[in-house]
Design a protein. Structure first.
Length: 348
């Protein structure tokens, strides 16, 4: 499914042409830039398939509501940079704005020359991701903020991030236009816990994390990097009614199968993939029973979780704290009476 934000962002960067100097002899008469937000996602299909029973209605509603500002074609803010095309490709102009609308109109006046243009949407209010090293084109990247503990524990992303990169050759003395397409750079997963299954124990605590995801995104070449492997602490989402509990994380994508992970720009089955030999990412769940013992569950996924994608997994808790799922594609590894180990304590 693809939704689009159709808008013309024409903007004034400064007086005159604004980027380099005040000489208007090389300026175009008018430059129109069309920014289009492409939301390529499987969210409706995934929820409709994984949560299709009448009993799932409360948790499905809660999940849609929780992710409505993540998988959205609404742009809150934009961050637009124009770079020299010659090394070291330093920034020549930078502009930010709050739009809070499905479309906005600006006027762009810049000197006639070649540029490499990078665009980002929804970074301003993402509490867990920073834009860093954006003075140069190829070092500009989105970076997951550092967490605490050993292993490192971080919080989920709080906005859906969109980016674009485009070469622009502005000729001058012409009314020119460019189309810039922005694509989603993060994804989400949800854990649905059936609390009404036969034999479900009374538990003292339930903590859930995901792991195996990228820690940063290189905007210029649209690739993800995996510098570390933090745990992402899942948010428990309130569910109004029903017998199911809901946990979610939002993060950069997992590794892919045969190439570097990139943003999804294809519209034909973009989330269909083969299986890797080993899990690419995991849900890690700690169930504390009434007697104080802890059961560690690791749910391994051998298909990648890509930008724009949602993956829902349903489980039920057995009497010993083990998680069970009917999804045969998910590998389950269980440690009964799990103990926090040495310097690798997980905050429970």
């Amino acid at each position: 499914m693809m939704k689009r934000l159709l808008g013309i962002f024409a903007f004034v960067l400064a007086t005159g042409c604004g980027l380099v100097d005040e000489d208007r002899s090389g300026c175009p008469d008018k430059l129109v830039v069309d920014y289009e937000m492409h939301l390529i996602t499987n969210i409706q299909m995934e929820i409709g398939t994984a949560l299709k029973l009448d009993a799932d209605i409360p948790v499905a509603l809660a999940l849609r509501n929780n992710l409505k500002n993540i998988f959205s074609d609404h742009a809150h803010d934009v961050d637009l940079s124009f770079y020299d095309v010659y090394d070291p490709m330093s920034v020549l102009g930078h502009f930010t704005d709050i739009i809070d609308a499905n479309q906005a109109t600006y006027t762009l006046n810049i000197p006639a020359r070649e540029y490499m243009h990078l665009a980002i949407a929804n970074i301003k209010e993402n509490e867990q991701v920073d834009l860093v090293d954006d003075s140069y084109c190829h070092s500009s990247r989105l970076v997951q903020k550092k967490g605490s503990g050993d292993p490192e524990v971080v919080a989920p992303h709080t906005t859906g991030l969109f980016t674009a990169r485009q070469h622009m050759d502005i000729l001058g003395n012409l009314n020119e236009s460019f189309n810039v397409n922005l694509y989603m750079a993060n994804c989400a997963t949800a854990l649905v816990v059936d609390n009404a299954a036969e034999g479900t124990p009374i538990i003292k605590d339930f903590k859930a994390y995901t792991t195996g995801f990228a820690t940063s995104f290189n905007i210029a070449d649209s690739t993800f990097t995996f510098d570390s492997n933090p745990l992402i602490k899942a948010d428990q989402i309130p569910v109004d009614g029903g017998t199911e509990s809901l946990y979610t994380t939002v993060q950069f994508p997992s590794r892919d199968l045969n190439s570097k992970s990139k943003v999804v720009i294809d519209t034909t089955d973009p989330f269909v993939s083969d299986y890797a030999e080993n899990p690419l990412w995991e849900w890690i769940v700690y169930v504390t029973l009434q007697d104080g013992t802890i059961t560690e569950n690791r749910l391994g996924f051998s298909q990648p979780l890509r930008a724009g994608q949602l993956r829902v997994i349903r489980v039920r808790i057995l009497h010993d704290g083990t998680l069970s799922t009917d999804d045969t594609s998910v590998g389950v590894s269980v440690t009964l009476d799990w103990k926090q180990g040495g310097s690798h304590d997980v905050p429970l």
